[in-house]
Write a protein that binds this ligand. Structure first.
Ligand code: IMP
Ligand code: MG
Length: 174
């Protein structure tokens, strides 16, 4: 059976919401720099748009985390695959994530980053699937809450495919 992407959130709607999130973050952080730490790879497009919507000066960093899973579910086992190149001690840190699903990834990452004594530590996610939460995570900025559907595009993948779609799509069997 073939998998067909069906548009769920069109590009224009994503752009509007990301711009609003950038304005809200700019208001909340009058002083920079904000260290925007994006989780590879899924958050790279959201990061690019969000960073350009934030007026407060920011710095861009990447961190790699694998949840050991291929396909549509995380294995629940988390591993750091690429660490930060800089110290975040005493800095404002905003973790930028594509989607919070079980919460396992962010729960692990927040515990790790807290040990490094940032001045503040918050999360911005484009998508949130609250139905599937297994670990508690406190997310300060959410773009869209979505139902329990597997989505691709705008950075999100299914086995590394579909990341470059401008819309967010549901993958359905046809
Ligand atoms: P969590 O640890 O279960 O919260 O998983 C978060 C990670 O799983 C995200 O960063 C994504 O890489 C991946 N993920 C969860 N749901 C989806 C989805 O619907 N589409 C694509 N990737 C997803
Ligand atoms: Mg991810």
């Amino acid at each position: 059976m073939a998998l067909t992407p069906r548009v769920f959130l069109p590009a224009g709607q994503i752009q509007d919401r990301v711009r609003q999130m950038g304005q809200e973050i700019s208001r909340d952080y009058p002083e920079g720099p904000i260290y925007l730490i994006a989780i590879l790879k899924g958050a790279f497009i959201f990061l690019a748009d969000l960073a350009r919507s934030i007026e407060t000066p920011s710095r861009i960093e990447f961190i790699g985390i694998s949840s050991y899973g291929r396909g549509k579910t995380s294995s629940g086992e988390v591993k750091l695959t690429k660490d930060l190149d800089v110290s975040i001690e005493g800095q404002h840190v905003l973790v930028v994530e594509d989607i919070v699903d079980s919460g396992v990834t962010l729960n692990y990452l927040i515990n790790l980053l807290e040990q490094r004594k940032p001045k503040s530590l918050r999360i911005a996610t484009l998508l949130d699937k609250p139905d599937r939460r297994m670990r508690d995570v406190d997310v300060a900025y959410v773009g869209f809450q979505i139902p329990d559907e597997f989505v691709v595009g705008y950075g999100l993948d299914f086995d590394e495919d579909y990341r470059s779609l401008s819309d967010i799509c549901v993958l359905s069997e046809s």
